[in-house]
Design a protein around this ligand. Structure first.
Ligand SMILES: [Zn+2]
Length: 270
């Protein structure tokens, strides 16, 4: 599985990604088979959770889901190189901002569109590659029990065809640029401001000076929008941490109580 992920996402640092065969309990109500979240407190670490019944890394669908989540892990690492503390990372802020910009809908979320274009649904590049390439390139060789590597030409072709970074320019740099652009695009009414800015920036010499207020307003709006969703992220995450800590404490208390009751019962019976 790791070899397959590394083949399709050569820029993903798998040493900073861990896999968990269950959904975190606060997210178990989600209809999705998996979720990618930054580590609760460590910087630059990402966790991929896949619901137990969907954990089938040896199957096309199961591997597609894992690759889809791995692409989100790549997005985490690509957003300003994944810097941040716990959940306070550009990826989470951008994800929430883009979700709001998409009318709080999952379908059409730009980061999900990127991920599904790559893997996770019947029409994704990975799934299409499985269907079309299964005869010419034996699947076993990519993820087989002995882990035989593909030859260089096949690897290069696969990376070109299937890497989401192949759309324009390679890897991290492209995603970082997209992160900033996506944050701006998620702002309500941004398109109008952007077209005004574009028209102004097309002008030569000093003619763009009158557009300076619009440029400043645009820059300030992006910063404030980012700060707002950063604050929302911090509040949400604080809530999650509190619930998990209280839940853990209650579980520990019940466990100790059960042990105590058991001992008292044994004493009385004796
Ligand atoms: Zn997704």
């Amino acid at each position: 599985m790791r070899q397959t992920i590394q083949t399709f996402l050569p820029n993903l640092d798998l040493d900073r990604v861990s896999f968990h065969r269950a959904m975190p309990h606060l997210f178990s109500w989600l209809p999705h088979g998996g979720i990618t979240l930054p580590h609760l407190w460590r910087s630059r670490r990402t966790r991929i959770y896949v619901a137990r019944r969907y954990w089938r890394p040896a199957s096309r669908g199961g591997l597609g889901l894992i690759l889809h989540e791995a692409l989100h892990a790549q997005q985490v690492q690509d957003c300003l190189l994944g810097w941040g503390w716990g959940p306070l990372r550009p990826f989470v802020i951008l994800y929430l901002a883009a979700w709001a910009g998409n009318g709080f809908r999952y379908v059409g979320h730009p980061m999900e569109v990127d991920a599904y274009r790559f893997a996770g649904s019947a029409g994704s590049r990975f799934e299409c590659w499985c269907d079309s390439g299964a005869t010419s390139i034996p699947w076993d060789r990519l993820a087989g029990p002995h882990g035989e590597p593909l030859d260089d030409d096949e690897l290069r072709r696969l990376r070109e065809e299937c890497s989401p970074a192949s759309a324009s320019s390679p890897g991290r740099e492209r995603s970082a640029v997209v992160a900033h652009r996506d944050l701006a695009h998620s702002i309500p009414g941004w398109r109008g401001l952007e077209s005004l800015l574009r028209r102004s920036l097309d002008l030569t010499a000093w003619a763009w000076l009158p557009a300076l207020p619009a440029i400043l307003v645009g820059a300030c709006t992006v910063v404030l929008w980012g700060l707002f969703w950063g604050t929302v992220t911090a509040i949400l995450w604080s809530g999650i941490v509190v619930v998990e800590l209280v839940g853990g404490a209650v579980a520990l208390f019940l466990r100790l109580l059960a042990g105590l009751v058991g001992k008292v019962g044994a004493l009385l019976a004796g």
